[in-house]
Ligand binder design. Structure first.
Ligand SMILES: [Mg+2]
Length: 317
């Protein structure tokens, strides 16, 4: 296949097929973090790397403190998706020649501030030259209790599907200032034990497909239950060329909310428990997992198949 014709998911699949492994690797490419067994009694290590690139994930005029914060927050969101605890990061920054040192200082301050608030150590890293664009890459180590670790592969037919927060329109600003759902994820793992979980980075439809693919199941979403941000609604109101709010909620990237499946018997107690524990963060039951493969959307007009139209970073470049 012509590499230019591949989307991000196809490229990753080809790159990662048959890579080197060893007895320490529990979960390799294809989940939110890699999972390693280094002989700790009850815990596994989580291992993650992620980069933000100027022009793709932020703009040259984005506040550098927010760029640094976002670079770390994306990694933390992936640790949340496994119900883990972040421990330590290394930071690599690529900068155009002659770059303003104040910019880099501010970038580090933003990253370090978020690290402090989650008791994550910034253990080192490096700076290098990268012509034209700023790039920030974060490598992270975390831990997760073995019996609490949540993968994308555990969804079962009949499960209820839930999503935290509201979706769509993050480009209006939320993509720079989101809060990784670490506390919420650990609470979920401790109380209701979701069967599968992912954080939403590529859009609800695309990320749900990752769970469905890894779990060998399908899903039916209930359109009126999908929570939509005010930003996505007002974008559609102000600009007739903008996506319809529901389409934005399904396909916009960078929501960084949690999508998970639980036993449907737990749906009501979960909603009650959530409201008591996290009164300021919405939790919505948006559909169910089905044995029949594929992704379907139910609205007042009936049920229709949802095609592959997930947002991908490559299309943005
Ligand atoms: Mg993720």
């Amino acid at each position: 296949m012509d590499p230019a014709a591949m989307n991000e998911f196809e490229l990753i699949e080809r790159l990662t097929a048959g890579l080197s492994t060893n007895r320490h690797l529990v979960v390799g490419p294809g989940d939110d973090c890699a999972v390693l067994d280094l002989g700790l009694a009850d815990h596994w290590l989580l291992f993650k790397t992620d980069a933000v690139v100027e022009g793709v994930h932020f703009r040259r005029d984005s506040p550098p403190t927010m760029v640094g914060r976002k670079a770390l927050a994306r990694c933390l969101s992936d640790v949340a998706a496994m119900a883990g605890t972040p421990v330590s990061v290394l930071v690599t920054v690529g900068l155009p020649i002659g770059f303003d040192p104040e910019y880099v200082m501010a970038l580090y301050a933003g990253l370090d501030g978020l690290a402090r608030s989650y008791e994550v150590s910034v253990a080192g890293g490096e700076t290098t030259v990268n012509p034209e664009r700023v790039i920030v890459s974060v490598a992270l180590l975390g831990t997760v209790a073995k019996e609490r670790c949540l993968l994308r592969s555990g969804a079962r037919p009949g499960d209820a599907l839930f999503v935290t927060g509201e979706l769509g329109g993050s480009i209006a600003g939320r993509h720079l200032e989101f809060e990784p759902r670490l506390r919420e994820a650990r609470w979920l793992a401790d109380t209701f034990g979701p069967h599968a979980m992912i954080d939403l980075s590529d859009g609800l439809a695309g990320d749900l497909r990752q769970i469905l693919r890894r779990s060998g199941v399908g899903a039916e979403l209930n359109a009126p239950s999908i929570p939509i941000t005010r930003a996505a609604r007002s974008a559609a109101r102000l600009n007739t060329a903008a996506k319809l709010p529901l389409v934005a909620a399904l396909t916009d990237g960078e929501d960084y909310e949690l999508l998970f499946s639980v036993n449907s018997n737990d749906a009501v107690p979960l909603l009650d428990g959530w409201k008591a524990r996290f009164p300021d963060l919405r939790l919505s039951c948006i559909g169910k997992v089905t044995a029949e493969p594929g992704l379907r959307l139910r609205d007042p007009n009936g049920i229709r198949e949802l095609g592959e139209h997930a947002y991908t970073h490559f299309e943005q470049c």
